[in-house]
Design a protein around this ligand. Structure first.
Ligand SMILES: C[S@@+](CC[C@H](N)C(=O)[O-])C[C@H]1O[C@@H](n2cnc3c(N)ncnc32)[C@H](O)[C@@H]1O
Length: 200
């Protein structure tokens, strides 16, 4: 289970095309969220951590969002993204460990969660909550999807429940929305929660 803490593990999965989590498209609930944002949001500072092939980053870029930071510690998907989007600012492509990002360097208006939480070692979940809150401006938002199911294996994806998430996130966030997503990708219908959490 500790291998998921290592960039090499993920890099190898990309190199061997063993990326079963990859939907090949922007996640429908996140697309719907992005689509209802006003034009005034387009210069907000946005982080997409553990972005992988980063369809959401690509979509934000296509819609004219100018301050989107992509973070992943595996270089392969970042290189692939840069090839797909040659006009995306190179300085916004960060190959680094999410847990090493410093609040002195980064403060975001919102952060987008998409199959990153389920990819980290469950023993690091409180650390994840704290780091997310640290990287957000006061009242900044954590927007995204979390699995509302168990997978039963000692391997990714690591599942969870609404009860668990409420307990964990309430330490650093006010819970605005945490409810079953109604517009998930068909393969994930009824198994994920849409969340909108506000940093305290
Ligand atoms: C399950 S994949 C999801 C990728 C993408 N969000 C998606 O939905 O297709 C998890 C991603 O998180 C990255 N990752 C895992 N732990 C990380 C960490 N501590 N820092 C940065 N990236 C990490 C992996 O390299 C991988 O690309």
């Amino acid at each position: 289970m500790d291998n998921v803490n290592q960039a090499e593990y993920w890099q190898q999965r990309y190199e061997s095309d063993s990326i079963q989590w990859d939907m090949g498209q922007v996640s429908p609930p996140l697309k719907a969220y992005i689509d209802q944002l006003p034009d005034s949001a387009k210069n907000q500072a946005i982080l997409v951590p553990g972005a992988g092939n980063a369809y959401e980053v690509g979509y934000l870029h296509e819609q004219g969002f100018t301050n989107v930071i992509l973070v992943d510690f595996a270089p392969a998907p970042i290189e692939a993204f840069a090839e797909r989007y040659p006009d995306f600012p190179a300085e916004h492509l960060i190959c680094a460990d999410f847990f090493d990002l410093s609040a002195e360097d980064y403060q975001f208006d919102w952060i987008l969660e998409q199959t990153f939480f389920c990819a980290i070692n469950p023993s690091r979940r409180d650390e994840y909550v704290q780091q997310m809150a640290t990287l957000l401006k006061p009242q900044g938002k954590l927007i995204g999807l979390l699995f509302d199911r168990e997978f039963g294996d000692d391997d990714i994806p690591f599942g969870g429940s609404k009860e668990e998430y409420l307990q964990r996130f309430k330490t650093h966030f006010d819970i605005d929305v945490m409810e079953t997503s109604y517009n998930s990708h068909p393969a994930r219908q009824g198994t994920e929660l849409f969340l909108k959490l506000l940093a305290k």
